[in-house]
Design a binder for this molecule. Structure first.
Ligand code: FDA
Length: 407
């Protein structure tokens, strides 16, 4: 039988990082993954350059049933700590937008860095390797620890004192995502917050979306919000029209807060007072309404909007100075307070992350150990979901670090 202090299942961001730290703390570590390649999500992240952290991280950038849970780990391993590691490995990077840090060259540099850190800690790595069964014994057969696990893998049975689950969420099954972590939680009677796709494009029914499908490819900055007045969430980010609905950073952000059956609200011209502008234009401009509007929003959007609704369509044929106040106000209102209810999302096939996961109420915020002794959950498998912008990787690093120090 193979024997290790720690077995980490999942050689993604959290698993590899945790393995390197634990190995360098002197533990005998095995990390295994069912995929041929490690860290596929790092490889494809940030368009191949990985948005590996965000300089401005707080627990407020994360969604969880317990919003305070992530605080401890995030404060013990900060973006500055990860940046120091990246610099130590000579990886060039740059800030793109709102504190988001990307590799200059390639996400492969980060993967090489994580593997070098694992090598420095003497970490053993098995892949492809699948786990068939996990057994827990309350007292170790070797008598040197209070509890232990036996793992049946397709490379033999492994014995370990601590088992770390770092198998991520359900997003992008074609590159290896599975529900393994949730099944392990269920095996040990640990509760789950129902997983759902997050950071995901929103879709609409074909008929109601037909007038907007022609805008596919159009991107513009918007204010986007969802939720009730009491608990509403909003972002100012770009929105992208697609054939089936809406995407772009603003929509991905709001999708993590969106509840099925509820509307989203959009201001398509967040930096101008459209009603005031059109009312002023009415006294001085002879341009067609659509042309006047095209100075404030993209002209494709202006055309689509004025073509909708009998009032606007009628007035649109005339210059703005001949349009009725009512029609101009209705047009401004519809553009700045567009409310629409998605019918769904593009699902795990397109979602960047999975919200929900192992309920944090059974995890230690200090070490990520669960109520099941010696069993830890780190990274995306937990009910901690970051915003778009490097937050999910920072959670992978921070939770991996906290866990490594708690093993
Ligand atoms: P991760 O998914 O990285 O790793 C899980 C590992 O477990 C995988 O290697 C998998 O093969 C393995 N595994 C799964 N089931 C298994 C089983 N049954 N047996 C053995 N192994 C198993 N975040 C961010 O902060 N900045 C960014 O730029 C991006 N960009 C981005 C783009 C795209 C397209 C996606 C899909 C996601 C992002 N993300 C992101 C999110 C980020 O990639 C994600 O949150 C982290 O990779 C999560 O790290 P984990 O280690 O928890 O899981």
């Amino acid at each position: 039988m193979h024997s290790f202090d720690v077995v980490i299942v999942g050689a993604g961001a959290a698993g590899l990082f945790c393995a390197g730290v634990a190995g360098q703390l002197g533990l005998k570590v095995l990390v295994l993954d069912h995929s041929e390649k490690v860290a596929e999500k790092i490889r494809i992240s940030g368009g191949g350059r990985s948005n590996f952290t965000n300089m401005d991280v707080s627990a407020a950038n994360f969604i969880s049933e317990n919003p305070r849970f992530a605080k401890s780990a995030l404060s013990r391993y900060t973006p500055a700590d990860f940046v120091a590691l990246v610099k130590k490995h000579g990886i060039a990077f740059h800030e793109k937008h709102k504190g988001q840090l990307f590799c200059d060259r390639s996400a492969e540099d980060l993967i090489a860095m994580l593997l070098a850190e694992c090598a420095a800690g003497g970490v053993e790595r098995w892949q492809p390797c699948s786990v068939k069964n996990i057994r827990f014994s309350a007292s170790s057969p070797h008598g040197n620890c209070a509890s232990s696990y036996e793992i049946d893998s397709d490379r033999g049975t492994i014995h370990c004192a601590a088992l770390v689950i770092a198998t991520g969420g359900l997003s992008i099954p074609k590159i290896g995502a599975t529900d393994f972590g949730y099944r392990v939680a269920k095996q040990f009677n640990l509760p789950l917050i129902t997983p759902r796709p997050a950071l995901v494009p929103l879709t609409f029914d074909e008929t109601s979306w037909a007038p907007f499908a022609e805008l596919s490819g159009l991107s513009l900055p918007v204010d986007i919000a969802t939720g009730s007045k009491k608990s509403s969430m909003s972002f100012r980010e770009d929105l992208l029209f697609t054939h089936r609905g809406l995407s772009g950073p603003g929509v991905l952000q709001i999708s993590s807060y969106w509840a099925e059956g509820t509307p989203i609200r959009l201001n398509l011209a967040p930096t101008v007072d459209l009603a005031q502008h059109l009312s002023q234009a009415k006294s001085s401009s002879r341009k067609r309404v659509a042309n006047e509007l095209a100075g404030l929003v993209p002209s494709r959007l202006a055309d689509t909007w004025v073509n909708q609704g009998p009032t606007w369509g009628h007035d649109w044929q005339r210059p703005v100075n001949e349009a009725s106040d009512k029609a101009l106000n209705a047009l401004a209102e519809r553009l700045s307070r567009w409310e629409l209810t998605p019918t769904g999302t593009e699902g795990y096939r397109k979602a960047e992350v999975t919200a929900g996961g192992v309920d944090t109420k059974v995890l230690s915020s200090q070490t990520l150990e669960s109520q099941q002794p010696g069993l830890f959950f780190i990274g995306e498998v937990t009910d901690v979901t970051g915003w778009l912008g490097g937050y999910n990787f920072q959670w992978a690093w921070a939770s991996g670090f906290a866990c490594a120090h708690g093993l």
